[in-house]
Design a protein around this ligand. Structure first.
Ligand code: AKG
Length: 293
């Protein structure tokens, strides 16, 4: 399904600049499926008065004028989102970008509604869900046309190779954003705003400084985001969103996991994944040699 437009030059550019941007890249038929699925959640939101586990609503939301901030974990909510992220276009693009099988981490749909859809402050993603390496990347798709006035995502090219910022406030609470002092040190004049017609695709590395301005335009800016790492990269438990990313998280796409990994440059092969089926009842320690799955 994926066209051969991801060239070696694109891969080299991603390695150097930390992002990619392709206008109108998603096939029309797929785009319509995603738009139709998104519209179903907008309709469903009309009967909601407050945010829930699935839909996060903005202040001012009403049945007549819905305002959704985010659909959480779309892959777990609708087959169109599952197919796109786990089997289809985004899954195949992730495998191409990462050069082999990938591990799906999570997805979300940020609606950024018209007339005030909120700013997303400058931040890096890796602090939200650390992994055993820096391979994780996020693939975004605009479900509608996005112009400069609609709060497009902005990226700071090359910043993925720079400092990894402390995203806590001085009082120790989690801000999820780079402090004003650190932001002053960034070359914000170099920010690239990723706009484009519906179906345009963004890719950004987990260490990339990125964010977006409020959407003060008359139209919404739905951005469907899905995150993958290499298959030999693992989310580190007990930090941030790791472990609460939904049932599809951890799915290996484009191959299987060999359980091999590398920490501090030392390679080894870990035990099987017991997180779904449970740990083996008879331990191989005691001579049974039972396979642990
Ligand atoms: O929706 C956006 O503009 C950016 C999204 C983002 O950075 C995030 O959700 O981590």
């Amino acid at each position: 399904m994926l066209k051969n437009w991801l060239s070696d030059t694109d891969l080299a550019s991603y390695a150097e600049r930390g992002y990619l941007h392709f206008e109108s890249a998603v096939p029309d038929e797929t785009l319509v499926e995603l738009q139709t699925a998104a519209a179903e959640f907008v309709e469903a939101s009309r009967s909601m008065e407050e945010s829930g586990k699935i839909l996060d609503l903005e202040p001012g939301h009403s049945p007549e004028a819905p305002r959704i901030r985010r659909l959480n974990s779309p892959v777990d909510r609708h087959p169109a989102f599952y197919s796109f992220a786990i089997e289809g276009f985004a899954a195949q693009l992730a495998c191409r970008l990462l050069g082999g099988p990938v591990r799906f981490h999570h997805s979300k749909l940020n609606f950024k509604w018209s007339h005030g859809g909120e700013e997303i402050r400058w931040h890096q993603d890796i602090q939200f869900w650390p992994h055993t390496d820096f391979s994780p990347l996020t693939i975004g798709v605009y479900l509608e046309d996005v112009t400069d006035s609609m709060g497009p995502m902005g990226v700071l090219p090359g910043s993925q190779l720079g400092p990894l910022y402390d995203q806590y406030l001085p009082d120790g609470s989690w801000a999820g954003a780079i402090s004003d002092t650190n932001v002053e040190e960034l070359n914000l004049k170099d920010i690239v705003w990723l706009t484009g017609p519906a179906g345009s695709v963004t890719v950004h590395n987990c260490c990339m400084v990125h964010g977006s301005l409020p959407n003060d335009s008359d139209s919404g800016r739905p951005l469907l985001l899905q995150t993958y790492s290499r298959a030999d990269s693992y989310p580190i438990a007990h930090i941030g969103a790791n472990g609460v990313t939904g049932p599809t998280s951890g799915t290996i796409i484009g191959g299987s996991s060999s359980q091999a990994l590398s920490i501090e440059g030392r390679k080894f092969v870990g035990a099987p994944d017991w997180s779904r089926a449970g740990a083996p009842t008879t331990s191989a320690f005691f001579g049974s040699r039972q396979k642990g799955n």
